[in-house]
Design a protein around this ligand. Structure first.
Ligand code: NDP
Ligand code: MG
Length: 396
């Protein structure tokens, strides 16, 4: 690819956003930053505007946008500041943009990712919640919009790397038997169920292998992250629940595997550093230098594998269940999980209340066929309400 790629980074101030900028900064001849977005970290976004001089910066709320506008003006910078979901959608779909890194956390990332899909962009998708919440509609928008979808999640990026370049309709038609989705198992991989009840958010935020934002770090501790990734793999690779097996692999060196019908298992290995999948997607189909060091197999010494324990980590079981239920079930799971993680982080509920709250919300929800984005947004709001009510009853 010789042309300068113009990029919007949704969620620029987050872990994925910053890693993307790290890779982009290594290749100034290939990439130009068009827009950067944030939620509350205005000072961090200001620093990024100073360094990358994007055409646009977007902040979710109007007050934050005004604050950024004043700071940029005082510094004599010409970046234009937009606000709200409309601003995010605008920079995701703008005609000058080639590539959109979708790295907002949670359901908030859905609308701008949809806008990029409809506008036919090259989408680097980190925001897995988009696929969990609205997989069928998003994949449809990618198809009709003529967008190119490249997975950023390390596991899905690994699968993408070891799949045949031309993936046909079903895995079977590509000669694939199964996807082996690796999981670190998180910080509580071997902890007794009784002890899990008492773990704190500080303990849960201490991931053994990856440095990530708080929401996905808690998701990793509950193994909901792997559950969300099972659903993500379903949509990205047209795989059924039975074709996706989770393999706990504590070293996080193998980022996932694909098993073919002839018995071959192809894996992608590397250091646990998100700059590898980001560089792969930024450069695709070419390879780019990412800043990630060589894998030292002698230092690693061994690779271990375990079966996941769905009793101690019920979130993984729930994710498989909603995938089999289809319809709006995954939207409910995602919404309830976001409420539960937020409540756990603010110490309103305990660690094992997270799966309990999600299960209770799912039990109360009416699962129906997916018809429109508006319907899913209503389902999401209703599930959040149910989850909050459950929490109030539990706390009182
Ligand atoms: P972070 O929490 O580090 O960053 C999230 C970004 O989204 C920040 O820029 C934040 O802005 C912005 N943001 C948060 N809430 C909103 C909102 N309501 N509206 C608009 N913007 C918002 O998350 P990560 O970078 O860790 O994760 C981002 C996504 O990538 C998640 O979906 C995660 O599951 C996925 N992912 C992350 C991986 C990782 O290694 N971190 C690996 C694989 C997937 P501000 O900084 O101003 O709050
Ligand atoms: Mg992952």
């Amino acid at each position: 690819m010789s042309k300068l790629q113009t990029i919007t980074i949704l969620g620029a101030t987050g872990t994925i956003g910053m890693n993307t900028l790290d890779v982009v900064a290594r290749h100034p001849d290939r990439f130009r930053i068009f827009a950067l977005t944030a939620n509350g970290r205005i000072d961090a976004l200001y620093e990024l505007c100073h360094r990358y001089e994007p055409t646009y910066a977007v902040v979710l709320d109007a007050d934050g946008a005004e604050r950024l506008r004043n700071k940029l003006k005082a510094a004599g910078l010409g970046t234009e500041v937009l606000c709200g979901i409309e601003g995010l959608e605008q920079v995701a779909a703008h005609p000058e943009v080639d590539t959109v890194m979708a790295a907002i956390v949670g359901a908030a990332g859905l609308k701008p990712a949809m806008a990029a899909a409809k506008a036919g962009k090259r989408i680097l998708l980190a925001n897995k919640e988009t696929l969990v919440m609205a997989g069928s509609l998003f994949m449809q928008a990618v198809k009709t919009g003529g967008a190119t979808l490249l997975p950023i999640d390390s596991e899905h990026n690994a699968i993408f790397q070891v799949m045949p370049t031309k993936v046909t309709d079903t895995l079977a038609e590509s000669g694939i038997r199964r996807i082996l989705l690796t999981a670190s198992g998180g910080p509580f991989r071997n902890m007794d169920r009784a002890l899990l009840e008492a773990v704190t958010s500080e303990q849960a935020l201490n991931h053994p292998n990856w440095v990530m934002g708080p929401k996905i770090t808690i998701d990793s501790a509950t193994m909901m992250n792997k559950g969300l990734e099972v659903i993500e793999a379903h949509w990205l690779f047209n795989a059924t629940a039975d074709q996706i097996e989770v393999v706990v692999h504590p070293q996080s060196v193998i980022h996932s595997m694909v098993e073919y019908i002839d018995g071959s298992v192809l894996a992608q290995l590397g250091n646990p550093d998100m700059r590898t999948p980001i560089a792969y997607a930024l450069g695709f189909p070419e390879r780019l230098e990412s800043g990630v060091g060589a894998l030292d197999l002698f230092k690693i010494g061994r690779l271990d594998f375990q079966q996941p324990d769905m009793e101690r980590f019920p979130c993984l079981r729930l994710a498989y269940e909603v995938l089999r239920l289809e319809g709006t079930a995954a939207t409910v799971l995602n919404a309830a999980n976001e409420v539960a993680v937020e409540a756990f982080l603010s110490k309103k509920i305990g660690f094992m209340d997270i799966p309990a709250l999600i299960e209770a919300t799912l039990e109360q929800a009416t699962i129906s066929e997916v018809t429109s984005l508006g319907q899913l947004i209503d389902v999401d709001a209703e599930a959040r309400e149910t989850a909050r009510t459950w929490m109030l009853e539990k706390v009182c």
